[in-house]
Design a protein around this ligand. Sequence first.
Ligand code: AMP
Ligand code: ZN
Length: 493
Amino acid sequence: MTDALTDPVNSTHPLMLFNSLTRAPEPFQPVHPGEARVYTCGPTVYNYPHIGNMRAYVFADVLGRTLSYKGYALTHVINITDVGHLTDDADDGQDKMEAAATARAQSIWDIARHYTQAYWADIAALNIRTPAHWSIATDYIPQMIDFAKTIAARHCYELPGGLYFDVGSVADYGRLARANTEEGAGRIDEVEGKRHPADFAIWRKTPAGESRQMEWDSPWGRGAPGWHLECSVMSGALLGFPFDIHTGGIDHREIHHPNEIAQNQAFCCTGGLTDPANSGANVWMHNNFLVDRTGKMSKSSGEFLRLQLLVDRGYHPLAYRLMCLAAHYRSELEFSWDGLNAALTRLKRLVMAVAQARAAAPEPADAPGPRFADALGRFDAAISDDLNTPIALTVLDEIVAMKKVDAAQKLAAIALVDSVLGLGLLTLDRTALRLRPKSATIDEAAITAILDQRRAARADKDFARSDALRDDLAAAGVEVMDGDPLGWDWRPL
Ligand code: AMP
Ligand code: ZN
């Protein structure tokens, strides 16, 4: 018997997702029929996100869009970490937010507000859909204290530094990381009195004689919550345990998520991890890293790779989104300006092709029609195969290139595919894609005027003048593109 809710319209292929807990692809089976509940670890808002961070949210967005396309009612939560994340993911170092506030002599709340806004601007620029909830860690302090109270007696112990979680008190600690925790001990801060090197603070007491900008009273003294505690509390509060999918970057597979899982086990189930539901979420998914061999990804390098830097150099943010989609989310992706250039060219081709279809039919048809069934079936197969966006993109290329088809139906097919890929193909136009680099010394009107003069010179067969005008433009950072098959007059050099 088929259930209309669990057998949604686009589900011709079962949705397979790679579960980091089992290290295997598994068919998606929602906890609540017809629904998908997803939690994504959000940014620590002490600085601008780099484009590597944004890869994690492009991935989570494609996952959410795929679930929506498959017909599930999606509830997505992304948190904002404005307290508790130390400079080391384990138990070492200073709170990143406090450190930034001290270094800049600014209020931590102003820093959090500024970088949260900047992060949201990048989210919008990359066409990442707004989740149902942006949960802000400092809004959940009472719930965090309640959660810690619930598990304290059986799973925690107090040290002068605060309340510590005893990782030996839950079954299968560290299974997600496949870690031998003894081996990992070297990476973990040695705190006097810890029962196990991997034990971690879930409440950190402010040391006597010190004060923090952000601190709260608790049964374990005035202080601040641990970073891992936040995500357990916010995911459980907003989605209920067990929920469907928890996502984050692959670095979280090593410490942050194993610690969240241990807390979740302590809070609700204590059972072992042979049943993933005991971890708090049925599926744990991790995107691989964007890597940059030039070292510009590090936020400690002066000019690091922010989305704005790409825009300043004349690249539309969606070219970066396309670059991410052209690699599978579980593969490492190496950043290069050549790669970004190729992505921009590919995006331009797609936008031009859509413009041609729109010239023939301003609006998409209600449905794509049978001519597109084969391609859309292959698109469904690709995206259902653990979100294989590189293959999905090649199917999109095919659809866009189809000749002698109804333009309105073609637009409907493109719209369906783009509801998952999120490239904004039905709204972008070519002028929006042509960003002038910040370093360019000439504006769009002047470029157009010079190009007009150059066209006149060529019509008069005055090639010397035409070449001189081209050189003037080159000096101003603009390349003239004679005979460009896509019809572009110029591009930033
Ligand atoms: P953070 O603000 O450091 O907590 O990181 C935000 C998100 O970005 C987390 O999900 C990280 O795992 C992820 N992340 C960090 N660096 C990279 C990278 N180079 N490539 C992809 N994801 C990353
Ligand atoms: Zn988290």
